[in-house]
Design a protein around this ligand. Structure first.
Ligand SMILES: [Zn+2]
Length: 136
């Protein structure tokens, strides 16, 4: 019987990790990678063994949309590009691509950048997180 895994890292930092860095997971049985992280491999199920994995932050645009009519609170950022990105290691994510939207193209290489996602005017709350920029 294996001892339950106990992390010495406080919960806050673990949450911060997965939000600010590209921490996903990998099944060491079938080598499948996941982002966001999973606790169970959908392929191997109980035969699988999941471990944390840090992605290098490089990927390629598979498809994208230019958002001209954004959700409430994001008006001042429009127009902006939201892309589906294949990470170098294999998982697929979506996110905002910063910078000149005319440079956003399918097949372009992108990398993660740490940017302000949303600023709430009423209480000054600012959310930070990962966005993407064209790398070439
Ligand atoms: Zn697996």
């Amino acid at each position: 019987m294996r001892m339950p895994h106990k992390s010495s890292v406080p919960l806050f930092w673990r949450l911060k990790d997965s939000k600010y860095r590209l921490i996903g997971s990998r099944c060491t049985t079938c080598k499948e990678v996941f982002f966001p992280k999973k606790n169970l491999c959908p392929v191997c199920r109980r035969r699988g063994s999941i471990e944390d994995m840090q992605f290098n932050g490089n990927g390629r645009i598979v498809s994208y949309t230019i958002v001209r009519v954004p959700p409430e609170g994001f008006e001042k950022y429009a127009p902006y590009a939201v892309a589906v990105i294949d990470l170098e290691e294999g998982a697929r994510v979506s996110g905002q691509v910063v910078g000149n939207i005319t440079k956003v193209r399918t097949g372009k290489q992108v990398r993660t950048v740490f940017r302000k996602i949303h600023e709430d005017g009423s209480d000054g709350l600012i959310n930070y997180g990962l966005k993407w920029e064209i790398a070439e």
